[in-house]
Design a protein around this ligand. Structure first.
Ligand SMILES: NC(=O)c1ccc[n+]([C@@H]2O[C@H](COP(=O)([O-])OP(=O)(O)OC[C@H]3O[C@@H](n4cnc5c(N)ncnc54)[C@H](OP(=O)(O)O)[C@@H]3O)[C@@H](O)[C@H]2O)c1
Length: 322
């Protein structure tokens, strides 16, 4: 089969299309139509992610495709359209084998490309807003990196989960449109976002800041919270892991909350299936729109991964295999 392999940790440009053997059929065997690209793919290609696969490895943590075969008694069978989580690598290959609990029936309304780009981010955002952020009806959610994968996912999901308003923070004028298309109520530039939020909320601030960026934005994020607000720490695309002065939490009665979806799924068996049971009907009915990813052919997988590293990605990025 054709697959992407990375044989040296020089960054995304090391990604090459190779011919390798199909994996052993010990689980649900899936013919992959598209594979999602996420920020860890960029970090992994330089050996900078906490999980370091043995070289050479195939990048890609999530896929969508058609079941070729499934073990007896599995909840999916041959011919089913599915999305699946390889979790940290292995997705950018024409065939993958997954344990049944990481395979999910894809609603007909969701294309393979959209399906390959939704599990990782949507399930993280659902976990962040619902479980960790305690989102209540009518609350205002601000999201950083709003034109990226986690960002657009937050803008698509938050209203369906009850948010009354979403404020998108992006770095450039060009990215504003991406956030608007994903459903943002208001869009502001990262530069000066604290003052813009103050004005937009009449001085009150927001109830939740969902932050996949970190770096030097964290203090202004805490300052942008209304009393009782929650800062959800999701990632550090900005590079630096910021330090929080705890007096900021006390002064305004706000929380800084860690969001580690992958770690939670390890300690809560069945949690992902429970999340999918909530999300799939929302996608099927259109209450949550499917992502509209930027699609790259397999031959340009390196470019697709680099788009996240060099900040040019528009929304979610996926690689097409069939
Ligand atoms: N905690 C969890 O469970 C969990 C789960 C999934 C993902 N994550 C993390 O969430 C983060 C976002 O992932 P993603 O897939 O949404 O990434 P993405 O699509 O690349 O979006 C990230 C956004 O970060 C912003 N950014 C700011 N500084 C940047 C820089 N120096 N380099 C690159 N981007 C920068 C960019 O927006 P602007 O240019 O507009 O600022 C970009 O749109 C990653 O750190 C990922 O590991 C965490």
């Amino acid at each position: 089969m054709r697959a992407i392999q990375i044989a040296r940790l020089d960054g995304p440009e090391a990604a090459e299309v190779v011919e390798i053997d199909e994996p052993a059929a010990d689980g649900v065997v899936i013919e992959v139509h598209a594979a999602g690209v996420a920020f860890p793919d960029a970090l992994q290609s330089r050996g900078l992610y906490q999980y370091k696969p043995e070289l050479p490895y195939t990048p890609g943590g999530e896929i969508a495709g058609v079941v070729r075969s499934a073990p007896a008694g599995a909840h999916v069978s041959a011919g089913d359209r599915v999305a699946g989580l390889t979790m940290l690598c292995g997705g950018m290959a024409e065939v993958v084998t997954l344990p049944a609990e990481r395979v999910f029936a894809l609603p007909d309304a969701v294309s393979f490309e959209a399906g390959a780009g939704l599990l990782f981010n949507d399930l993280t955002v659902l976990f962040a807003l619902r479980e960790r952020g305690r989102l209540a009806a009518g609350e205002t959610v601000l999201v950083h990196g709003a034109a990226g994968g986690i960002g657009t996912s937050t803008l698509r999901l938050a209203p369906a989960l009850g948010a009354g308003r979403t404020i998108a923070v992006v770095s450039t004028e060009a990215k504003k449109e991406i956030a608007r298309t994903a459903g943002a109520t208001d869009v502001v530039l990262a530069d000066g976002f604290k003052d813009a939020v103050k004005e937009l909320t009449g001085g009150r601030g927001v109830d939740i800041v969902l932050d996949p960026v970190g770096g030097d934005r964290v203090t202004d994020s805490l300052r942008s919270l209304a009393p009782g607000g929650r800062l959800l720490v999701v990632g550090f695309t900005g590079g630096d892991i910021p330090t929080i002065k705890t007096n900021r939490l006390l002064l305004n009665n706000v929380d800084a909350v860690g969001v580690g979806w992958g770690a939670w799924t390890m300690t809560h068996p069945g949690y992902v299936a429970q999340q999918w049971a909530e999300l799939a009907p929302l996608l099927a009915s259109g209450a949550v729109t499917a992502p509209e990813p930027e699609i790259y052919p397999l031959e340009r997988a390196g470019e697709a991964i680099a788009a996240l590293e060099n900040r040019t990605a528009k929304g979610k990025v996926v690689v097409r295999l069939r």
